[in-house]
Design a protein around this ligand. Structure first.
Ligand code: ASP
Length: 307
């Protein structure tokens, strides 16, 4: 008998307002999400690992220009791209992460290389890029990361001297995946361009194990999206795992408490995707919407944006 397996992905928790979303754009987003979830699902279906599934799903999302990660990453204050990523395995709590890196086509691959081929967990900036070169990861020039939409958002933010989460008023953007494989191993990965117009080497929650990304075979795997500063302060991903481990809450109870209560109390807008060791999946958010999709071997298959 095949053990249950499942995967969930997200493309950020701040969506374009329903009023400005067109049917064409909505179907592009849904296609991007389905493509990512299917990529990971096929790996799980063939007996592959959850780690491979979340990495492949996040690569698909990084390559998709509408999401804020890899191609399509937001501009920082000086017109560059500084990206953050993390990957974590629930089996042995191994983790790898990179922050503030430029020109790397798929930051999640760098995170995985750091996890598997360095003695460290988190590498930043120039050093992380040097390590990526040693590992023969693919680099791209500025033109690859340029998208007109992100450029305009940066120009608008510059005019107002605002630091923005992804785009327009309350928009977030990040991509992530969580999965459970047939062997019962959980994994999580997150990748982001961070905030439009960010300064001073700002790093959010995404690359920090326990804050924006976490996986533990005893409890759950989580990938977050939202206002990173608040997610850091709430140690969101680890808190969900702890509520399950120490308090015996179900995945849904833990997610609901953190997203709809604890985060709301400090105005922490955003959401997350989470999966437990039985394959249950939750995708809660307290923002207007969250680009999200999930698929399992017992017939659940959805791609959604709004509530
Ligand atoms: N959490 C990410 C950050 O703060 C942004 C996001 O998810 O939209 O960098």
């Amino acid at each position: 008998m095949v053990n249950n397996f499942s995967i969930a992905v997200h493309g950020g928790a701040g969506t374009i307002l329903r009023s400005t979303m067109t049917p064409e754009l909505q179907s592009q987003y849904e296609m991007g999400l389905k493509d990512a979830v299917d990529t990971g699902y096929k790996i799980l279906e063939a007996g592959g690992s959850s780690l491979d599934a979340v990495e492949a799903a996040v690569v698909t999302l990084e390559d998709f220009p509408l999401f804020n990660a890899g191609k399509g990453a937001v501009f920082n204050n000086i017109g560059g791209h500084e990206m953050d990523a993390c990957i974590m395995s629930g089996k042995g709590l191994e983790a790898g992460a990179a922050c503030g890196v430029g020109h790397i086509k798929n930051p999640v691959k760098l995170a995985r290389a750091i996890m598997e081929r360095s003695p460290h967990v988190l590498l930043g900036g120039v050093g992380a890029e040097q390590f990526a070169k040693q590992q023969n990861l693919v680099f791209e020039d500025d033109a690859y990361f340029y998208t007109e939409q992100r450029y305009q958002q940066w120009q608008d933010a510059l005019k107002e001297d605002k630091i923005r989460l992804d785009h327009s008023e309350k928009k977030f953007g990040t991509v992530g995946a969580v999965a459970l494989d047939q062997l019962g191993n959980l994994a999580a990965a997150t990748s982001t361009g961070g905030m439009t117009n960010k300064k001073f080497g700002r790093i959010g929650d995404s690359p920090i194990p326990g804050a924006g990304t976490y996986a533990n075979n005893n409890t759950c795997a989580v990938s977050c999206t939202g206002h990173g500063e608040l997610f850091l302060r709430c140690v969101v991903a680890y808190d969900i795992s702890c509520l399950m481990e120490y308090k015996g809450l179900s995945l849904k109870e833990a997610c609901d408490l953190v997203v709809y209560d604890k985060l709301v109390k400090i105005e922490g807008e955003g959401g997350l995707i989470a999966i437990d060791k039985l394959g249950n999946m939750e995708m809660p958010f307290n923002s207007d919407g969250m680009y999200r999709a999930c698929r399992n071997n017992i017939g659940r298959y959805e791609a959604l944006i709004y509530k």
